[in-house]
Write a protein that binds this ligand. Structure first.
Ligand code: ZN
Length: 79
């Protein structure tokens, strides 16, 4: 799982939970999935995957930077 803070690609919103998600390669092909920050903090029936037809957002760079910086991180620090 990637961190939303360093993700460079497209970010869309999952239709199941409304939280951000990203497209990445998995063992079974590219899939929309949730960021590491959401690892258990927000309920999503599809977690760790996201809805595969997520909502495209026309972010401007400021709103996207704000989202990346402010998105709550519930993932414990890795040692
Ligand atoms: Zn979701």
């Amino acid at each position: 799982m990637e961190s939303i803070r360093t993700h460079e690609g497209d970010i869309r919103l999952c239709r199941t939970c409304g939280q951000p998600c990203y497209d990445a390669e998995t063992e079974i092909g590219p899939m929309w999935q949730h960021f590491r920050e959401q690892w258990d903090g927000i309920y999503c029936a599809r977690h760790p995957l996201a809805d595969q037809n997520p909502i495209k957002i026309e972010w401007d760079s400021h709103s996207l930077d704000t989202l990346k910086a402010k998105y709550p991180d519930t993932c414990p620090a890795r040692v």
